[in-house]
Design a protein around this ligand. Structure first.
Ligand code: GLC
Length: 720
């Protein structure tokens, strides 16, 4: 092994270093630069003994299968044998599969497409989490996936390998501890977590360099924290963003937008934001408003502001090919669009028909795009919804050789949405100054630095309600905390019962938006019968009740909504639990996700728990049967829990003026954070923090940060 500036080069040419504390990088040295990693890198020197490199608790033996030990326990080692394929396809079968839509991994393998591959030993007891928005349940062991941002509006099922997001991060957790892997490569990537064979997992890239980070820890929580030190933290949003959003494809006129908001207010259905879908534009030209149907957007947003409602507009990347349209003209003149190999501008088609695609890999293009965002903020728009940024194209996938300044489409595809979100984030921050709200459909690892995400075009199906919970949990385990799905379902028609149950899950989802597709049944809560509207209202009231708690969680560096395994990794039941979740570390939710149910089994981990609604006491470590009437989702608080809630019945975040601490007896420590709810000052000490310590039925409050004015003590409500 050769040593150069604290990097160790193996006999086979792999370079091993610790560029960020606690994280080991392995690379072939061919990588040009990273879209995913944001941490400043400074290689730390290890202790070297023989062939072993030791940094604190981490020891790596590069020449011994890149073995990594954490606290003396083996967490990761290259698989000593070679892969043993279980399937082989005839050329006819490959053609058949390809014609059905998805290019099967096997087809690419036969075409020699997979250029870079890493195979690691999979421990018999290991479970696997992460990879963002993938379909299926929580634990990804025994499944295979592909990361290639894909827009697919047909119902997403378990056998889907690719969806909108490509987050090359996963965690393998076993008795020995937890190992996170970030595969830092933007090309099409496949992952197999013991599907091909029980005893190994592997990932392969369709091109580019070998570059991966091994992130060890004792628990998934430790690993997730370290992963965020490498790729960045989910952005704290303005407080209203945690309120309820209503959306539709599309509210056609300003009158319809305002009418929806008034109807919500009249029916006491709390709301903070409305989303304006593609039809607000002039012929689907981005950064324009339809002059007949939205004649005075500024006046409309001012009227919304009187009702404490913010407007968010969709912005797609496809720019209408339309000489005379300023965005197109500027883009052509200034060289902002992706090109064909012959140098001409590549033409695809999206909503406006023939369209061209910005080359967001160029800094000048990101700045130009970001400056356009000011057109929207000048009209009073408060957030930008980036869609179709896989990029989706109605004339078929962009050819591999379409040119961007930093590579061809094959290399850029998976980071296109990420770079669009970055451009939008920077533009919003400059134009508005407040914490930018950017909602994206496509992204990659690290995008959490710039945007929130939603899970794309789901359907009004019970299966998709179930799927949305595991998608949100795995997105959280992949570093994206601010996520949600289209509540009620996007495609197809919601039944009254499905809508209410989905609103209940929405109430605890980090991002809570009802959105539905053109041509499907109206899906605002008031578009249903009285009992359904009442059920939705109850869920909305719960959301606004819990909002101060949710906002506290957003200040943390852990997912707001999390799987139980994050809190109880040592409990084998929690490792597979897909139909329950936790809001923070003390509130456990068991959403109802099947029809006709009025009670459900709830697993309570070890410890003392209280029914959130009745205060009834339970001893955990077992399943209990919880009442789940149509208008209520079972919720349990752990002993010692402190839950800051809103006093009264706020109809929007602005109306949350008083916070009360709900307290469940036991032992616990909690920190409640107050800030101005919109500026970046929180990064600079602009916060007030009250530490609350609970011991049995005793409670103490202490101000531990006073960079923002507020009370020194809060009102207490004992819940049991
Ligand atoms: C895409 C989006 C969806 C949106 C529609 C029209 O399908 O995923 O949310 O409503 O486009 O813009």
């Amino acid at each position: 092994m050769e040593r150069k500036h604290n990097e160790f080069i193996t006999a086979s040419g792999l370079r091993v270093s610790m560029p960020v504390p606690g994280i080991v990088r392995v690379t072939d040295g061919m990588h040009k630069g990273s879209y995913m990693v944001s941490a400043p890198t400074r290689r730390t020197a290890p202790k070297v003994s023989g062939e072993a490199l030791t940094w604190g608790k981490i020891t790596v033996e590069p020449e011994n299968g890149m073995a990594l030990f954490y606290d003396g326990k083996l967490l990761c080692v290259d698989y000593p044998g070679s892969r043993r394929l279980r399937t082989s396809l005839s050329p006819e079968e490959v053609a058949q599969l390809s014609s059905e839509g998805h290019v099967p991994s096997e087809a690419l393998a036969e075409a020699g497409e997979w250029k870079v591959e890493v195979v690691k030993t999979l421990a018999p007891d290991a479970v696997v989490y992460g990879l963002g928005d993938k379909t299926g349940f929580l634990n990804k062991r025994h499944y295979a996936y592909e990361n290639w941002n894909t827009d697919d509006p047909t119902p997403h099922c378990d056998n889907y390998k690719s969806l909108y997001k490509s987050i090359n991060f996963f965690m393998v957790y076993s008795e020995n501890g937890c190992l996170g892997i970030l595969a830092d490569n933007s090309y099409r990537t496949r992952f197999d977590f013991g599907k091909e064979q029980e005893d190994y997992y592997f990932w392969s890239h369709a091109g580019g360099a070998l570059d991966y980070y091994m992130i060890p820890g004792k628990t998934p929580k430790e690993v997730l924290r370290r992963y965020q030190s490498l790729t960045g933290r989910s952005m704290l949003q303005q407080k209203w963003v945690y309120g309820f959003h209503q959306s539709k494809w599309s509210y056609y006129t300003d009158g319809e937008v305002l009418g929806m908001v008034s109807t919500m207010r009249e029916n006491k259905l709390p709301i903070d934001a409305v989303h304006m879908d593609i039809d607000y534009m002039e012929g689907f030209r981005v950064f324009t408003f339809n002059s007949a149907r939205f004649s005075d957007p500024k006046a409309m947003t001012a009227k919304l502001a009187e009702q404490n409602v913010k407007a968010i507009t969709i912005i797609d990347p496809g720019v209408k090919l339309d000489p005379g349209y300023f965005v197109y003209d500027e883009g052509v003149e200034q060289g902002h669009f992706a090109r064909n190999p012959d140098g001409s501008i590549y033409e695809g088609a999206v909503w406006p028909g023939p369209a061209v695609f910005p080359d967001y890999t160029q800094e000048k293009t990101r700045i130009w795009w970001g400056e356009k965002v000011k057109i929207m903020t000048d009209a009073g728009i408060r957030g930008i919804w980036n869609d179709m940024n896989e990029p989706a194209n109605f004339t078929g996938p962009l050819p591999d050789d379409v040119k961007f300044s930093e590579g061809n489409h094959k290399e850029i595809h998976n980071v296109f949405g990420h770079l669009m979100a970055k451009a939008t984030y920077d533009g919003l921050l400059k134009a508005d100054g407040r914490r930018p709200f950017v909602l994206t459909r496509a992204c990659c690892a690290g995008s959490q630095r710039y945007c929130s995400g939603w899970t794309g075009d789901n359907h009004s199906m019970w299966q998709h309600l179930q799927l949305s919970l595991t998608q949100m949990m795995n997105l959280g385990l992949s570093g994206m905390n601010m996520v949600g799905s289209d509540v009620g379902g996007f495609g197809s028609d919601a039944t009254p019962e499905l809508l209410v149950r989905w609103f209940q899950l929405g109430a605890i989802s980090p991002f809570f938006r009802d959105h539905y597709a053109k041509g499907t049944r109206n899906q605002e809560a008031y578009a249903f019968d009285q009992a359904t509207m009442d059920g939705c209202r109850k869920a909305l009231d719960l959301r606004y009740h819990l909002l101060p708690y949710i906002y506290d969680l957003a200040h943390e560096d852990m997912p707001i909504l999390r799987p139980l395994v994050l809190e109880y990794p040592e409990d084998p039941v929690c490792r597979e639990l897909t139909d329950q979740c936790m809001l923070g570390d003390r509130l456990l939710a068991a959403p109802v996700m099947t029809p006709g149910v009025s009670a459900r089994a709830v697993y309570l981990p070890k410890g003392v728990w209280f029914d959130y609604y009745t205060g009834k006491r339970y001893t955990g470590g077992k399943y209990v049967l919880a009442e789940a009437p149509a208008d209520r989702m079972p919720l349990f608080a752990k002993a010692g829990a402190v839950i800051p809630v809103s006093a009264g019945k706020p109809q929007c975040v602005e109306e949350i003026t008083r916070v009360v601490l709900e307290v469940f007896p036991g032992n616990g420590r909690y920190v409640h954070t107050m800030d101005d709810g919109e500026s970046m000052d929180y990064l600079d000490g602009g916060v007030r923090r009250i530490e609350i310590r609970v011991q049995g039925h005793q409670l103490e409050q202490k101000v531990i940060a006073d960079g923002y004015p507020g009370p020194d003590v809060l009102e207490i409500r004992w819940m049991a």
